[in-house]
Design a binder for this molecule. Structure first.
Ligand code: FAD
Length: 392
């Protein structure tokens, strides 16, 4: 007889684990299938934005207990223009993903979720049952399946949903050991450098308690493929300037061009990176992964308790995130990465006008929504600052 679960979740990242906690707390029989040994590493800057905090609170996760650094603001550089601001009481943290993600998974285990260390190979739908084929030749069955299996999602492929290549972004990332003195030179701020790439930025996220700085860069895949920019050398030069020695640098893809067109098929739905839920402005995806996990769980509860169609209900809940990413996020991406002249002008405006700088900071860290950001930074509202930046 096949093992059977009410809900099977593929992937123990923030999306999958978040969903499982809510479902297990409601008494459902839930399994997470994860191909890696836990705790597993995930290539990531490890910056937890203020947008993630309400979801973490809902899940009962105390971010302070896994945080390695609480940031007070950020510094941005473009060539010789350096600007930035401190954001006061906004909560933005630095973590190691293996620790952060495992804290959420442990909460799931405490709630009764079964974790299976397997790779999902394929799915088959039989009437209202989904058969899940594992790498050890076992077959599980379930009524509802969540694909929370990241950017290269096999579940997405199995249900025939595509994520177009031209929407992909690419990142390099490494965690660099650093002395207290070097870490303190960042003044508890995130550092973003927009000097080198048309469509992205270099980041340095200090993590005081871990005595490391996460250094990386992200851009769209097209730029990487076609550019002659020696990306690794630039990262190495940045590190050398700070007297840091870069360990091995890792490359990873990221959804950077909007969401999937369709969030699932029938009772199989896609969460987090598998659904393309990542900011096209900053590359931030943890908050969306958590939110999609919570929405997926709520939709599954409605499906089991009230027969509400799962995909419709989940898509409805995701609608505001979808618009946030596909409409406003992509608009901001165009504004931010429109080319060197435009970017220089924007930096000049920011360095001369703290209100604009503050707004940009609030947009980047998701203190305000992208929709609010687009509406508050209209060309008309920016005009006086633009004129000032052009004439001085
Ligand atoms: C270099 C880089 C830096 C980033 N920095 C940040 C940042 O600072 N802040 C931020 O908010 N976001 C950042 N992101 C984005 C963020 O990492 C993702 O959006 C987030 O991890 C998505 O969570 P998830 O749960 O959807 O997927 P994931 O975290 O990718 O988890 C998916 C899980 O599914 C498992 N899996 C995959 N296939 C299978 C299978 N067939 N069977 C079983 N298990 C499977 C994987 O092993 C993995 O554990 C960054 C991304 C990159 C690439």
């Amino acid at each position: 007889m096949k093992d059977s679960y009410d809900i099977i979740i593929v992937g123990a990242g923030p999306a999958g684990s978040a969903a499982s906690i809510i479902l297990a707390n409601k008494g459902f029989k839930v399994a997470i299938i994860e191909k890696e040994n836990l705790p597993r590493h995930k290539h990531c800057g490890g910056c937890i934005s203020s947008r993630s905090i309400p979801s973490l609170q809902k899940l009962g996760i105390n971010i302070e207990s896994v945080s390695l650094h609480k940031y007070k603001g950020f510094t941005m550089r473009y060539g010789d223009l350096v600007t930035g601001y401190d954001w006061g009481d906004m909560k933005v943290y630095g973590v190691y993903r293996e620790v952060f993600d495992y804290a959420i998974t442990n909460k799931a285990i405490d709630a009764g979720v079964v974790i299976l260390k397997n790779q999902v190979k394929k799915l088959r739908m039989e009437d209202d049952i989904i058969l899940v084929f594992l790498d050890n030749d076992n077959i599980l069955e379930t009524k509802v399946l969540f694909g929370a299996d990241g950017i290269h999602s096999i579940i997405r492929k199995e249900i025939g949903v595509t994520y177009q290549k031209n929407k992909l972004g690419f990142c390099l990332e490494t965690e660099v050991p650093a002395t207290d003195e070097i870490i303190d030179s960042y003044n508890d701020r995130l550092f973003l450098d927009f000097s080198y790439f048309k469509e992205g930025y270099i980041w340095a996220f200090p993590k005081k308690l871990g005595k490391t700085i996460n250094i990386g860069f992200g851009t769209d895949f097209h730029t990487v493929k076609n550019s002659k920019i020696p990306i690794k050398k630039i990262l190495q030069r940045y590190a050398q300037d700070k007297s840091l020695f870069l360990p091995r640098i890792h490359g990873a893809f990221i959804p950077f061009g909007g969401t999937v067109d369709c969030f699932g098929r029938n009772t199989v739905i896609l969460l987090g990176d598998a659904a393309g839920l990542v900011s096209p402005l900053s590359g931030e995806g943890i908050s969306y992964a958590l939110e999609s996990g919570i929405y997926a769980a709520e939709s599954a509860i409605d499906f089991f308790e009230h027969n509400t169609p799962l995909l419709e209900s989940y898509s409805r809940k995701l609608n505001s995130i979808k618009n946030e990413i596909n409409i406003y996020g992509l608009q901001l991406q165009k504004k931010m990465y429109r080319g060197r002249t435009h970017r220089k002008l924007m930096f000049k405006m920011c360095s001369k006008n703290q209100d604009i700088m503050k707004k940009l900071g609030e947009i980047f860290t998701q203190k305000i929504t992208y929709e609010q950001g687009v509406k508050q930074l209209t060309p008309l509202k920016l005009l006086p600052a633009m004129v000032k930046a052009l004439v001085t």
